[in-house]
Design a protein around this ligand. Structure first.
Ligand SMILES: [Zn+2]
Length: 91
């Protein structure tokens, strides 16, 4: 006798934290797969939550893509001078 649990017999939804990790692509791949399968099932309850956090993640990613305009006169030239006017001792 072997009962294979296929599908979701009972209504089980994931918490918001789970979907946050899902949107941010964090956590284990196993958990990620479970969440993906849940969405694949067409859960109308969890879908808006995922879309929300994915949108939040997208907004946060825009900052990373932002780059300063080109044409910066001051270029990072390295000129480290050793020594200085400091240091006067009797001698
Ligand atoms: Zn759900």
């Amino acid at each position: 006798m072997a009962e294979i649990e296929t599908g979701m017999t009972r209504e089980e939804h994931f918490s918001e934290e789970d979907w946050v990790d899902f949107a941010r692509q964090q956590g284990s791949m196993e958990q990620h797969a479970r969440l993906a399968r849940h969405l694949d099932g067409g859960c109308e309850r969890c879908r808006p939550t995922v879309e929300f956090w994915q949108a939040v993640r997208g907004l946060a990613g825009q900052e990373a893509s932002y780059r300063p305009p080109e044409g910066s006169s001051a270029r990072p030239g390295r000129s480290s001078r050793f020594g200085g006017p400091k240091g006067s001792s009797g001698g």
